[in-house]
Design a protein around this ligand. Sequence first.
Ligand SMILES: C[S@@+](CC[C@H](N)C(=O)[O-])C[C@H]1O[C@@H](n2cnc3c(N)ncnc32)[C@H](O)[C@@H]1O
Length: 254
Amino acid sequence: MPQLYDRIGAGYKAHRRPDPRIGAAILHALGPAGSVVNVGAGAGSYEPTDRPVVAVEPSPTMIRQRPPGSAPVVQASATALPFRDGAFDAALAVLTVHHWPDRARGLGELQRVARDRAVILTWEPDAARFWLVDDYFPALAALDRPIFDTLDDLRRILGPVEIQPLPIPHDCVDGFLGAHWRRPHAYLDPAVRGAISTFSKIGDVEPGLSRLRSDLADGTWLRRHGHLLERDALDLGYRLVIAQHPLPPGERAG
Ligand SMILES: C[S@@+](CC[C@H](N)C(=O)[O-])C[C@H]1O[C@@H](n2cnc3c(N)ncnc32)[C@H](O)[C@@H]1O
């Protein structure tokens, strides 16, 4: 199956470095889990180095960017994990579930292979406003909303979950869509946009870009959003979802 990340993933590692604060929150969510499968692992961001980890990633372009010495990787899809039931203590999925062709099935697979917990970093649609989307690229929301599960969807699929808001630090080094909320000029850089998958799906970015360029130049952005410059972190809807004691097979969603 051709993968989006085979096309857009080439420069991923330069702009999608693991952010240490997000890394600490993920490690905390994994708790004492002794072994971890990292599904949709990409170049290996946020993989713990203090316990056995197996990575799962379908895209050869992403697999090639894994640093030497990183966890062993299996080329596979989340929707058919090649592991026995309960093979790992924990399953981890960071900003990947929205790419899966059958999200409920992939989430079921996380629960099947994890004995203790599944930890998912995702984005909650409509939880928070973001100036980039509202003022300049509303097409981003139209593309993202249908592919990100709501928390109710996740509860329906995973059963009871713990939800932890993940405020994004103003100097976040992992360049996902919301990372540059306090550095608006960053979005003018094609390499920054190239590391954000949803941008690759918008046909023509030029109208939004030229509005942003001109609002930054004439002070309009500062007038509207200057209050953000005083914030150290912002809730943009990113969430850590922790499903503990995954459901036994008979109680899982289809
Ligand atoms: C935004 S990247 C996140 C990568 C990594 N988890 C990180 O945080 O840097 C999304 C990843 O999901 C992977 N992906 C896409 N479809 C997938 C599938 N069906 N199963 C597992 N991973 C998939 C992509 O190839 C890509 O590496």
